[in-house]
Design a protein around this ligand. Structure first.
Ligand code: GAF
Length: 403
């Protein structure tokens, strides 16, 4: 069985620093890494002021940064051929859309937020699969934000991350890259702690570390990347967000979180599509509550039931699943998973399954066979433990031959 390898952070940082020297003939001032995520439950509730429960992956994106003496910004990646070069005027909203917008956007928002960021060279090594719904964009934004802060000598401690960097990265994605997300991904990428899921209350952005180690109960969290490319910029995400806003307007609330009597609220929404979207959000908010109670009681079976309920609601009411995600969920459950669901924005991307360790090989084989039988591209798998949020890898060492 082969699983997506997150790599060793120190080795990746060293390789990246070495590649940086090869490209720029000088060492980077800082290297930082920030993880992707899977969300355990609480999907499409962050922009409705609800609570969500993501876990940081061991797979991260790494950024090496060197400050320049002029105003030029260059952005390159070990995974891509093209290099983006711009100056101040090219950084903010309205700049041409390019993968580098996630990087230049962060440089722009950090400046907007008052940091004195000069021109810089950025080199990225992305180890979060792109388009897999595992939050590679937030991992990129957060790694760049942390590396820029480290290069400037700014101490990005927990409070600084929570108060300044989460919103800087969200703004970069919304205002420069063009996708107004709800903040879950950036928050967990910057604030997660090893061995914990992060409970985010999106009503005010407050967070709480929730112990998450199903391994101690003989369980594993399996991630299945369906290889159906998920992209938030395609319009489906924005359409769901706008249906939720419509529902809130009809109900006279600022966010769906304020709704108390769910059946009564739903009966006031005449449009069947808007009603279904609202029903997902409102029932998902209560499933998060159920899941938290189950976790507190060490009741993984009930946690699994909430996960599967979440998938059904995302599939039937929110309509953001796809046949490949449904197939992963069904197959995992048929072969003994306690719960399974799509994770992240949907429209492709990844699913997760919580299952006994002893069944991992069987479930992987069954999912593989099902994809093969359907003539779908082979899926990719990862077994993940709750990992830490972004960190500066310091000091970046460079292989001796290039010093
Ligand atoms: C994407 C977004 F970026 C998040 O903010 C969140 O809305 C998620 O989809 C759905 O829960 O990952």
């Amino acid at each position: 069985m082969s699983f997506l390898d997150p790599g060793d952070p120190a080795d990746i940082a060293e390789g990246l620093a070495t590649a940086f020297v090869g490209r720029h003939q000088c060492t980077p001032d800082a290297v930082a890494g920030a993880p992707g995520r899977v969300n355990l439950i609480g999907e499409h509730v962050d922009y409705n002021a609800g609570r969500c429960l993501p876990v940081a992956l061991p797979h991260a994106t790494y950024a090496a940064v060197r400050l320049r003496t002029d105003d030029v910004v260059t952005v390159a990646s070990l995974q891509r051929e093209d290099v983006w070069t711009g100056a101040s005027r090219d950084l903010g909203p309205g700049a041409a859309q390019h993968w580098s917008s996630y990087v230049s956007g962060v440089v722009w928002t950090l400046r907007e937020d008052g940091l004195d960021v000069p021109g810089l060279d950025v080199l990225v090594d992305g180890r979060v699969p792109i388009g897999a719904g595992l939050s590679s964009s937030a991992a990129l934004e957060c790694s760049v934000a942390l590396a820029v802060c480290a290069a400037l000598g700014v101490d990005a401690d927990r409070d600084f991350r929570a108060d300044r960097l989460v919103s800087a990265c969200m703004r970069a994605e919304a205002e420069v890259a063009g996708v107004a997300t709800g903040g879950m991904d950036q928050t967990v990428s910057l604030l997660a702690e090893r061995g914990h899921a992060l409970l985010i209350d999106c009503v005010d952005g407050s967070t709480q570390q929730v112990p998450w180690s199903p391994e101690s109960a003989g369980l594993r969290l399996l991630v299945v990347d369906t290889r159906v490319i998920h992209a938030l910029v395609d319009g489906g995400y924005e359409a769901r967000r706008s249906s939720c806003e419509q529902a809130a307007t009809i109900l006279g609330v600022t966010s769906l979180r304020e709704v108390e009597d769910v059946p009564a609220a739903l009966s006031r929404i005449a449009d069947p599509v808007v009603r279904r979207r609202a029903r997902h959000v409102l029932t998902e908010m209560s499933r998060v509550g159920d899941a938290l109670l189950a976790l507190e009681a060490g009741d993984h079976e009930s946690f699994g039931v909430a996960m599967t309920g979440s998938h059904e609601s995302l599939r039937d009411d929110f309509e953001v699943s796809c046949p490949e995600l449904d197939a992963v969920v069904e197959t995992s459950l048929e072969h003994g998973a306690l719960g399974a669901r799509m994770t992240g924005g949907g429209f492709g991307g990844s699913a997760i399954a919580l299952l006994p360790h002893a069944l991992v090989a069987e479930v992987v084989q069954a999912v593989r066979s099902r994809f093969h039988h359907q003539r779908w591209p082979a899926p990719a798998f990862a077994l993940v433990e709750a990992s830490a949020g972004g960190r500066v890898l310091d000091p970046p060492s460079v292989r001796p031959s290039l010093r």
